[in-house]
Ligand binder design. Structure first.
Ligand SMILES: *[C@@H]1O[C@H](CO)[C@@H](O)[C@H](O)[C@H]1NC(C)=O
Ligand SMILES: *[C@@H]1O[C@H](CO)[C@@H](O)[C@H](O)[C@H]1NC(C)=O
Ligand SMILES: *[C@@H]1O[C@H](CO)[C@@H](O)[C@H](O)[C@H]1NC(C)=O
Ligand SMILES: *[C@@H]1O[C@H](CO)[C@@H](O)[C@H](O)[C@H]1NC(C)=O
Ligand SMILES: *[C@@H]1O[C@H](CO)[C@@H](O)[C@H](O)[C@H]1NC(C)=O
Ligand SMILES: *[C@@H]1O[C@H](CO)[C@@H](O)[C@H](O)[C@H]1NC(C)=O
Ligand SMILES: *[C@@H]1O[C@H](CO)[C@@H](O)[C@H](O)[C@H]1NC(C)=O
Ligand SMILES: *[C@@H]1O[C@H](CO)[C@@H](O)[C@H](O)[C@H]1NC(C)=O
Ligand SMILES: *[C@@H]1O[C@H](CO)[C@@H](O)[C@H](O)[C@H]1NC(C)=O
Length: 451
């Protein structure tokens, strides 16, 4: 009997589809404010207006890392139990909070199982500086407490079109899109619905409601989220009810401001998908020489998550507005909440057991989403790629990117100095030449006069 059960289990395990790679895009954890509005003077005095990752934010990502460990190391055994640099590639935007979020996340994934030092001479384990010595209780751990450190890659902000195409200058046209987007009929309709909320909000906050838009409101909400998550003070007069109404309007403001049209979405997300497909295809490659990562991370921002989720059709400005306006929602998959701290999208690349055909499952905040215009959370990779390529915008053209960067050649000082000296010498020689010439002529005249 036991043997039969074992056999069945073995067959089931053997027949299971195989997870070959994961890619994850996430927003950083809780941070300090970035807008100067509520409590601004206090935040500024305490240099807290920089959007730094806070202890709350570190914890959020640490726990997400533990969740990743449970799913992809313990349950699925996709990744090694100890950190293996061959398996993992991490990208972050060149912003402190996304870099630190990635670090926190991986401490959760690989806590306290970093390497030990080998049995070598004590002096090899020290830098050459006199008196340098490790903690007495460090033991054999390379780093105290067996911490594991990780390499994190960043592109220069200006060239990071994969994770920062939401704004200018990475996408030059984005600045124009954002201005236009704030004056569409959809925004007018939403603003009309939000009118009473705004009046009530300004009243309780003691703000002039003149020219106070849903976008101004959302900047306050952004600050409030920092306050709530990090235990900073909240305005006393603001009623819970008003806050909740403001929150409902806030959830769709980045979608309205940044990604209102399908063209904006498909253009600005194009470089991200190029990179995603590159890594997917490396993982599927049969070529032995192609090195592929089993886990690729993109540590980024709310606006990046919203952009990519919109391109996947799991959210949109339109469906969020329909929810807000109480209209019938056409997109049944619509995520209408804000991509809050540590929100995340995970692409799981599976291969079918019998056919070996690759397919994706995509998780938003850990829940499988319906994909590829179907009532199914499974989408064949081929079909997924075809859909994305069919909708993909021309990034360089539609964003108005200068393909040939203007390179400034700077002449070094020594070269300038030498050139000047050289010219002075030449000029000197010329004068001397003229002088000699005159002398010779004078001599000749004298000579002829004498003759
Ligand atoms: C901010 O600093 C200024 C100057 O040091 C001080 O006058 C002011 O009271 C401070 N404000 C707050 C809210 O801490
Ligand atoms: C990152 O942190 C450093 C110092 O901690 C600070 O000087 C710099 O402005 C920060 N950069 C960003 C983009 O926040
Ligand atoms: C805005 O509302 C008007 C009237 O309520 C409606 O006719 C129009 O279709 C709406 N426009 C959008 C873009 O939602
Ligand atoms: C509000 O906007 C109007 C027109 O857009 C402008 O004339 C007015 O000066 C603005 N008021 C304030 C207080 O900024
Ligand atoms: C609203 O936001 C705009 C753009 O950020 C800003 O220029 C304007 O001063 C803000 N208005 C109010 C009343 O805060
Ligand atoms: C993707 O792969 C192509 C072809 O190998 C390469 O030209 C391109 O630079 C890669 N793009 C990214 C974003 O990695
Ligand atoms: C995803 O997580 C973020 C952060 O907690 C949250 O704000 C958002 O509502 C979540 N969305 C969904 C659809 O679970
Ligand atoms: C998103 O929806 C549009 C319109 O329904 C459709 O044409 C496109 O194929 C969808 N894209 C994806 C990736 O599901
Ligand atoms: C989608 O599929 C699920 C089960 O797979 C089913 O319960 C549900 O009714 C389906 N929804 C639609 C809109 O077809």
């Amino acid at each position: 009997m036991f043997n039969i059960v074992l056999l069945v289990v073995l067959v089931l395990v053997a027949q299971a589809d195989k997870l070959v790679q994961i890619q994850a895009l996430w927003r950083h954890g809780a941070r300090t404010p970035i807008f100067c509005n509520w409590n601004c003077e206090y935040f500024r005095n305490h240099t807290m207006l920089e959007g730094y990752l806070t202890p709350t934010g570190m914890r959020q990502h640490y726990v997400l890392g533990q969740w990743m460990r449970e799913r992809y190391i313990v349950k699925n055994k996709l990744l090694s139990d100890i950190f293996n640099a061959q398996e993992i590639t991490i990208y972050a935007t060149d912003v402190n909070r996304t870099i630190m979020s990635a670090m926190s996340n991986f401490q959760g994934m690989y806590s306290n199982n970093g390497p030990n030092v080998p049995n070598v001479e004590e002096s090899f384990l020290k830098p050459p500086n006199p008196d340098a010595k490790p903690d007495e209780d460090i033991g054999k751990s390379a780093l105290k407490y067996n911490i594991q450190v990780l390499p994190i890659h960043m592109r220069a902000a200006m060239t990071d079109i994969q994770l920062r195409a939401y704004g200018a200058p990475q996408c030059a046209q984005a600045a124009k899109f954002q201005i236009e987007n704030q004056h569409t009929q959809l925004v007018k309709n939403v603003s009309q619905k939000a009118h009473d909320t705004i009046i009530q909000f300004c009243n309780e906050m003691n703000i002039d409601p003149n020219n106070f838009t849903i976008f101004n409101l959302s900047e306050y909400m952004d600050t409030f989220y920092s306050s709530i998550y990090n235990d900073y003070p909240m305005p006393e007069k603001l009623q819970k009810e008003t806050y909740e109404k403001a929150d409902a309007a806030y959830s769709m403001t980045i979608a309205l401001k940044l990604y209102q049209t399908w063209k904006q979405i498909t253009t600005q997300s194009a470089p991200f998908f190029d990179q995603l497909f590159n890594y997917t295809e490396q993982a599927l490659s049969k070529d032995e020489n192609v090195k592929s990562s089993k886990y690729v991370v993109y540590s980024a921002h709310d606006v990046t998550v919203q952009l990519v989720a919109s391109a996947l059709n799991i959210t949109s400005a339109e469906c969020m507005a329909q929810v807000y306006l109480g209209q019938e929602v056409q997109n049944k998959n619509c995520i209408y909440t804000y991509p809050g701290f540590a929100s995340n999208i995970i692409w799981e690349l599976w291969q079918e057991e019998t056919t070996n055909e690759p397919y994706f499952k995509i998780l938003y905040n850990g829940t499988e989403m319906n994909l590829c215009n179907k009532n199914s959370t499974k989408c064949m990779y081929k079909e997924f790629k075809e859909l994305i390529l069919a909708q993909k915008g021309d990034f360089e053209k539609d964003c108005d990117i200068e393909i040939e960067p203007i390179i400034e050649y700077r002449v070094p000082v020594w070269m300038t100095t030498l050139t000047i000296i050289f010219i002075v010498i030449i000029v000197g020689f010329c004068f001397y030449g003229v002088y000699l010439y005159k002398q010779i002529r004078q001599d000749k005249t004298l000579l002829s006069q004498n003759l």
